[in-house]
Design a binder for this molecule. Structure first.
Ligand code: 5GP
Length: 150
């Protein structure tokens, strides 16, 4: 899909937001949802999306949405760091299929990195074990600052 075009309400993240598809949630508020990537590039790979915006990518998004999302990415990345103690953290965001985007609902990836552990290829990993994902999500959620902590 090109950089231009209309938002498709049938995309997988829209279905997750509407509760029509399951996800392993890390945290949410009225605007933001952070959940585990089911084809993780590394242990603890989290996705952060807006629940209200219909932006397909960064170029479509309202400045207010981007501000909220980046704040949520920082909050989530801090929790990933506290919970999983990675040596580094990659934050990525793809715009258009040529750039590697596969789901056309704006999202940021938070991918922890450990020394000596290679990064899995984007969009080419196997499906994670749901029990392991849930345990990781609980660990990360437990390290959150603020009211979303459960
Ligand atoms: P993109 O390629 O658009 O930057 O990222 C989409 C991400 O969504 C990929 O990393 C992919 O693994 C993940 N993904 C695709 N389908 C699902 C799904 O049904 N549930 C979850 N949690 N992640 C998904």
């Amino acid at each position: 899909m090109s950089l231009d075009g209309a938002y498709d309400d049938g995309n997988i993240f829209a279905k997750i937001v509407r509760g029509e598809m399951p996800c392993v949630k890390v945290w949410e508020d009225d605007q933001i949802l952070a959940f585990m990537d089911v084809f993780p590039q590394a242990k603890g790979h989290v996705l952060v999306i807006s629940k209200t915006s219909k932006a397909r990518n960064l170029l479509d998004a309202e400045a207010k949405t981007i501000g909220r999302l980046i704040g949520a990415v920082q909050k989530t990345a801090r929790a990933v760091k506290a919970a999983l103690k990675p040596d580094g953290l990659v934050v990525t965001q793809f715009n258009g299929s040529t750039a590697g985007q596969t789901v056309f609902h704006l999202h940021f990836h938070i991918i922890p990195r450990w020394d000596g552990v290679p990064l899995g290829r984007h969009g080419e990993g196997g499906m994670a074990d749901m029990g392991e994902l849930k345990a990781l999500a609980d660990q990360i959620a437990g390290a959150l600052d603020g009211p979303e902590r459960s």
